[in-house]
Design a protein around this ligand. Structure first.
Ligand SMILES: *Cc1c(COP(=O)(O)O)cnc(C)c1O
Length: 341
């Protein structure tokens, strides 16, 4: 039994999902004629109370299109310094949108009105880039899946609007946040201009993300998907997996969180661990004990068929998901308690 905890992207479609995919009605989506893609986009838009959505191959693409439609070259985007759009998208903001970034520390990745307000540029000063977007991430992947409440988001959005800034949400694990806060997805539409949601993370679809937008950004978002090479043809087979995921896999996300918390507590007791970041959702991030390296610890865990990700010079990451069972959890707890160096 191989236990793969490197990411929540490693899941394979379930039999039910495969069946839904095989039954998906398809057409040419670049012509707007794929009924299943259209249904997925409409379903997601209604869910978060946005005006429409565009189905894309990846969350990187939906984020990049989101920032592209909300900015002009030479603008500046405000975000957390470890955010995915900045740190894990291959420099795409520079290449695709020609924008600079203002990186904030945040509290475990959650930035605040105070921090944002101290980092706005003066748009009347020709020396400075024009601050135009605040980009939030929920949950925050670099900070072990910490999350914002809607109340915190409302404060930021109200402030951003008062300064004529646009709001983008990287909601790769949006439903993981909602599973903890109990906030309603439709309330999010009030506070953002664009929202990216991944179907291929905790929701277990094989491929796909959706960028939700307000009406005024529709044409540009669709044009940019084409320009970025993301226009797919009979993509309804993939969209069917997304619809199935939304219908069947949202309500079970708490299970992933419970298992992640159990992994976290077991690691806290393990001899090879120095510290574990609080486990808020489905991501477990820990520092290895002094004298060890993440590579060394992972090599030992690999011998027991447990896979994780070396996340930094001192940290290892585990992410729980649809294909991580209680039997696998028990195996991990057993191995963690016995591992010797
Ligand atoms: C995974 C992820 C994305 C998008 O990733 P893709 O692999 O391009 O689909 C975006 N933001 C966050 C926070 C992520 O974890």
């Amino acid at each position: 039994m191989i236990v793969d905890l490197r990411s929540d992207t490693v899941t394979k479609p379930t039999p039910g999902m495969m069946e839904a995919m095989m039954k998906g009605e398809v057409g040419d989506d670049v012509f707007g004629e794929d009924p299943t893609v259209n249904a997925l986009e409409a379903k997601c838009a209604a869910m978060v109370a946005m005006d429409g959505g565009v189905f894309c191959p990846s969350g990187t693409m939906t984020n990049q299109i989101g920032i592209k439609v909300l900015t002009q070259p030479y603008d500046e985007v405000i975000c957390y310094k470890g955010s995915h759009i900045y740190k894990y998208e291959g420099g795409g903001l520079a290449g695709n949108s020609h924008v600079s970034v203002r990186l904030l520390n945040g509290v475990r990745g959650r930035i605040s009105v105070e921090e944002i307000s101290g980092n706005l540029n003066n748009s009347k000063d020709a020396h400075q880039a024009i601050t135009s977007v605040v980009a939030l991430e929920n949950t925050v992947v670099r900070e072990a899946g910490s999350f914002y409440s809607l109340e915190q988001i409302k404060l930021i959005s109200d402030f951003a609007r008062s300064k004529s800034l646009k709001m983008h949400l990287d909601g790769a694990r949006f439903f993981n946040a909602l599973a903890e806060t109990g906030d309603k997805p439709q309330d999010y539409g009030n506070y953002f201009d664009t929202i990216s949601i991944c179907l291929s993370k905790g929701l277990g679809a094989p491929v796909g993300s959706v960028l939700l937008y307000k009406k005024e950004f529709e044409f540009k978002a669709r044009r940019m998907r084409k320009a970025f090479g993301g226009g797919m043809r009979q993509a309804g087979f993939l969209a069917a997996a997304g619809i199935y995921a939304l219908d069947h896999h949202v309500s079970r996300l708490k299970e992933d969180h419970t298992r992640a918390k159990k992994l976290g507590s077991a690691l806290q007791q393990a001899t090879f661990v120095k510290s574990v970041m609080p486990v808020d959702t489905n991501i477990v991030l820990f520092e290895v004990a002094d004298g060890l390296t993440p590579e060394k610890v992972m090599a030992k865990l690999n011998e027991h068929q447990i896979k994780g990700l070396v996340f930094s010079a001192t940290e290892i990451r585990f992410v729980t998901h649809l294909d991580f069972t209680d039997t696998m959890l028990d195996k991990c707890l057993d191995v963690f308690s016995k591992l010797k160096f």
